[in-house]
Design a protein around this ligand. Structure first.
Ligand SMILES: [Zn+2]
Length: 424
């Protein structure tokens, strides 16, 4: 019998959220009859695009190449995100599935734009400015004419609205239409409202709880679609997430430190004319790039001094080698800064150095060990019933999917979570 796997990522869902979902008909199946990991250790930086790439490749950021949500461009505060898949350096589970001639599908999974191994694709991407349209944007990002007409068109208006809850309604509708029409062997779906509500309101509150509670309905819709497609009994389902969040009280314009030290120079309009060091924010951490390695000792000294001052928002300074050894994080940068956990880093270089958060606000990007942790729950024929592991690694997720579907992922750094599975 053909196997199917449906993976749903609820962005920024954390283990505490499961208490709110305990009584839901679908979530209770996962919690009572499925297998799960209570606390999944994510990668560093704990950002959506790097983490979702790790979730499908089984590798840490240095190896897969997506080290931030967007590339670092000195002086540019509005870089394009890593929407397109060509920047991912190693094969992911969709590549492995396609190689085995399986049907693949994905809805709004980050860094899947124009992914050559996904048959039915609606990437996380949107219209780029007033001249662009949803249709043109989606098609640039790999949605075929047929998928646009059959799957996207019925929810086109919802997807253009960008309200977090209705946008998740639209994404789930599209995933369900794909399941009913094409019966993919693997489908990955990414829903964003919990993350969005946490950013705007803080980690735990009523608005976030509302978003969490809607997860039951989305999973019910997906179960119903699998039943309609006649594949419910032979589908494995996974509920997972990419990172937690923590609250912050102020923002810090990190590159102002370099302006003050003469390492960034600006013209009268404030545009950067010359730079020796540039800090690229990853929210609660930052990656520091140098124009020339000759400035390395001087910059290291400045950063250590700022950290030791204790009140400048910098909790830790790591060399590139330390970040590589500790987190498998490497790239063209020379230092990694971790915040003091209440200061959010910005790449801006203008005064003032600090500005208070408007109200309770939360974010992520921090060390994976800090704060509430992401989840992993499996339910279906390949998952053992009633197995609960206290801890696991996000890089073990893709190898677990490979094991379920009988595929190879030779570049993965993680290993299958065999204790959760019925298959050896
Ligand atoms: Zn996220």
């Amino acid at each position: 019998m053909e196997k199917h796997l449906v993976i749903v990522s609820f962005d920024a869902m954390v283990c505490e959220d499961l208490d709110l979902l305990r009584d839901g008909p679908v979530f209770s199946k996962f919690l009572n009859e499925g297998a799960r990991v209570n606390r999944i250790r994510t990668i560093y930086p704990s950002l959506t695009y790097p983490a979702h790439t790790s979730m499908l490749t089984g590798a840490r950021c240095g190896k897969h190449g997506i080290v931030n949500n967007e590339p670092s461009e000195t002086g540019n505060l509005k870089c394009d995100w890593y929407w397109f898949h060509d920047k991912v350096r190693i094969p992911d589970i969709h590549d492995a599935a396609k190689k085995a001639d399986l049907r693949t599908a994905s809805v709004f999974w980050p860094v899947t734009g124009a992914h050559g191994s996904i048959d039915y694709l609606i990437a996380e991407y949107w219209a780029q400015g007033p001249e662009d349209t949803l249709e043109k944007a989606y098609k640039r990002a790999g949605t075929s004419d047929e998928v646009y007409d059959e799957i996207v068109k019925p929810v086109e208006k919802i997807m253009a609205s960008w309200e977090p809850a209705s946008s998740d309604d639209g994404k789930t509708e599209m995933a369900c239409s794909i399941i009913r029409r094409y019966k993919p062997h693997i489908l990955t779906l990414h829903l964003g409202q919990i993350d969005s509500f946490r950013h705007k309101n803080g980690v735990f509150n009523g608005k976030v709880a509302e978003g969490v509670m809607r997860s039951e309905r989305y999973m019910q819709m997906i179960f119903d679609a699998c039943r309609d497609a006649g594949i419910l009994e032979n589908t494995d389902f996974v509920i997972c997430s990419d990172h937690g969040q923590i609250n912050y009280s102020r923002r810090m314009n990190l590159n102002l430190l370099f302006v003050r030290e003469g390492l960034i120079k600006t013209d009268e309009q404030g545009n950067i004319t010359e730079w020796k060091a540039w800090a690229k924010s990853a929210n609660f951490c930052a990656q520091v790039y140098l124009s020339d390695q000759a400035f390395s000792d001087r910059v290291h000294c400045i950063l250590k001094k700022a950290c030791e001052a204790g009140d400048l928002g910098i909790g830790r300074v790591m060399t590139a080698q330390e970040a590589r050894t500790r987190y498998g994080l490497y790239g063209d940068f020379s230092f990694v800064l971790e915040s003091d956990e209440s200061t959010l880093f910005s790449s801006k270089w203008t005064e003032p150095l600090f500005s208070p958060a408007e109200s309770v606000r939360a974010s992520h990007g921090h060390d994976p060990a800090v704060g509430p942790q992401p989840v992993f729950l499996g339910y279906g024929p390949s998952f053992r019933s009633g197995v609960v592991l206290s801890e696991g690694e996000i890089i073990d997720e893709a190898p677990t999917y490979a094991r379920i579907l009988g595929l190879e992922l030779p570049d993965a750094e993680g290993a299958p979570m065999s204790a959760l599975l019925n298959i050896s």
